[in-house]
Ligand binder design. Structure first.
Ligand SMILES: NC(=O)C1=CN([C@@H]2O[C@H](COP(=O)(O)OP(=O)(O)OC[C@H]3O[C@@H](n4cnc5c(N)ncnc54)[C@H](OP(=O)(O)O)[C@@H]3O)[C@@H](O)[C@H]2O)C=CC1
Ligand SMILES: O=C(O)C(=O)[C@@H](O)[C@H](O)C(=O)CO
Length: 275
């Protein structure tokens, strides 16, 4: 499989989305976010995942401008938070996100969580923003199959991406197969299990391939065809997490990693959100 740091996937509307991005949840706005995003862009990342809730869109925007890389070569994702949902509120929330980013469009705008009774109206606002050319692609996050089926029963534009928790302990096989059938790109959050990488099989594979545990896990995501957005604010790890393109996991090792699944979540369950 010939993946490179520039590899992209094609979304339903033909837009190319980088396979690897930097996540910035819990990166502090200001210097921490700015330094991390700049380090990532210098290391070759071309995609950044932020959200209104992360309160660091300003730092992301500043780093993108400081990088000197043309805006159109960088894929910026942001998301509408739960208490901003609803049609009018979402349009306003998006304006606020663009103001903080100091950008005139976002590449991808996501409904952050499926807030019951609100997510369809919220998604209708995303369709409106898409029609207006303010976002290049739209999608959802933390949607289970039943949420997607419900949404697709009435939306005009199919979600192009579903960003969900996924890693070797939560392989999301059914959701992944459903999204693949529908042409919805799966994107994995918490791909590194928040740094809990001491699983014996992953360590064995790290020794076998001469790579780190993080690199084994991230390579597994990429070889599955899942877009992934590991977070780090440490320059060395930002580089490590992008050094994935000089080896390939053998099919049997991909299957062994799949076999680690325990349906274990480190984050919230989309069917029981209370924040
Ligand atoms: N849509 C959603 O609801 C959600 C989206 N996300 C997105 O996904 C991104 C990634 O998920 P996240 O929850 O941050 O978890 P990750 O699985 O990316 O893990 C991040 C943690 O792992 C550490 N780490 C990073 N690289 C390495 C490495 N090479 N070796 C060891 N430890 C490492 C980081 O520490 P350090 O920074 O010190 O390196 C940090 O503590 C988020 O930043 C966010 O953008 C996350 C949660 C929910
Ligand atoms: O980081 C995000 O994007 C999230 O939505 C989560 O971290 C979420 O806030 C959560 O898991 C709360 O427990």
């Amino acid at each position: 499989m010939s993946l490179t740091i520039n590899s992209t996937v094609e979304l339903l509307n033909g837009i190319e989305m980088p396979c690897l991005g930097l996540g910035v949840w819990r990166a502090k706005d200001g210097q921490e976010t700015e330094n991390a995003v700049l380090a990532a862009l210098q290391a070759g990342y071309r995609s950044i995942d932020t959200a209104s809730m992360y309160r660091n869109e300003q730092g992301v925007g500043r780093a993108v401008r400081a990088s000197g890389i043309p805006r159109e070569q960088i894929f910026v994702t942001t998301k509408v938070w739960n208490d901003e949902q609803g049609f009018d509120n979402t349009l306003k929330a998006f304006r606020n996100s663009l103001d903080r980013l100091e950008m005139d469009y976002a590449d991808l705008y996501l409904v952050h969580w499926p807030v019951v009774g609100k997510y369809k109206e919220t998604y209708r606002a995303l369709e409106e923003l898409y029609d207006q050319g303010l976002v290049r692609a739209i999608g959802v996050s933390n949607f289970n199959i039943h949420h997607l089926e419900d949404l697709m029963g009435s939306c005009r534009i199919k979600p192009m991406v579903n960003q969900v928790e996924m890693h070797p302990l939560l392989t999301q096989k059914k959701l992944f197969a459903f999204c693949r059938k529908e042409g919805i790109q799966l994107e994995s959050w918490r791909p590194l299990m928040q740094g809990r990488l001491d699983l014996p099989l992953i360590q064995q594979l790290a020794a076998k391939y001469g790579k780190t545990s993080a690199q084994i896990v991230l390579r597994w995501h990429l070889q599955l065809g899942v877009v992934t957005i590991p977070k780090s604010t440490q320059e060395g790890r930002i580089r490590e997490n992008a050094d994935l393109f000089d080896f390939e996991l053998e099919p049997e090792d991909m299957n062994r990693i799949d076999g680690l699944n325990e349906d274990q979540r480190f984050g919230a369950d989309p069917d029981h959100i209370d924040f």
